[in-house]
Design a binder for this molecule. Sequence first.
Ligand code: TRP
Length: 331
Amino acid sequence: MKRILTGVKPTGIAHLGNYFGAIKPAIELSKNKDYECYYFIADYHALTTVQNKEDLYEYTYHIACTWLACGLDPNHVVMYKQSDVPETFELSTILSNLTPKGLMNRAHAYKAKVEANEKIGEDKDFGVNMGLYCYPILMTADILLLDSDYVPVGIDQKQHIEIARDVASYFNKKYGDTFALPQELISENVGALVGLDGRKMSKSYGNTIPIFADETKLKKLVNKIVTDSTLPNEPKSLDNTIFKLYKLFGTEEQTQQFAQKLKTGISWGEAKSELFTLMNNYLSPMRERYNYLQSHRKVVDEILRNGAIKARNLAKQTMQRVRNAIGVVKI
Ligand code: TRP
């Protein structure tokens, strides 16, 4: 049985780009009986940017409730918080000694910061904390601690998995075979999802649709979708944001019918109204589950507590192996 692990940073409100790009595929993957899945909330990773107490607290519950509401089954997936597995931080300390500083200098997130600073004539490390700098080491610890075989991530995280593999090899070379070498799993059809303005849906563009926006808000957002100036009875090109979103939610048959309507002439207003109805039907049961969990956080706590126990069981075994390997005296 192969072990799959992935982490989610609690840094904001999940939107449809996150849902179709990461959450849904990871949940689908967890239904495969050949895999044993560990999905965790990387709360200490979020600390590089989220340094407000209420935000970290709320985003953490938000992520937990989101994944559960989207269909994560805690009987099949071990869901836990990174902060509940302190072995992570012990391993991170050990691994930092096997990680060349130059490797961290080349990590994309750090390099991008340095380049941005140089552009505006600032010191290259302006605004860079050690959490950001050592981020790839902590992530390596997450991955190696549970002997992960596969790590589903977005393409932006590929380099981090390569670093994890490099660090695991350095360790194995020096101390003997200790770690499995993890492999990234990049889902192929994760093309960028379009946002309200037709650009990639992204928090930084302010064009997102939150997964659990209430009905009124959802309707408002759908109405904000940017369309061209085609008149109501004129045929419309299928290269438009409304249709692109519709395709994600509709069955093949619904999508074909909608395409037909667009080609023969339907007003943008009507098209938006059809999209809203379809989306709302899809999202409202999930929204209800989400709201239920948010108002029953003890249920969520229990799931996270059970997850942490299972993750720690593995983590303790790994740490015993690691401590033995490096020559830590056992008392
Ligand atoms: N860095 C990942 C992200 O920003 C989150 C993460 C932390 C992660 N630890 C991980 C992902 C371990 C996969 C495995 O999305």
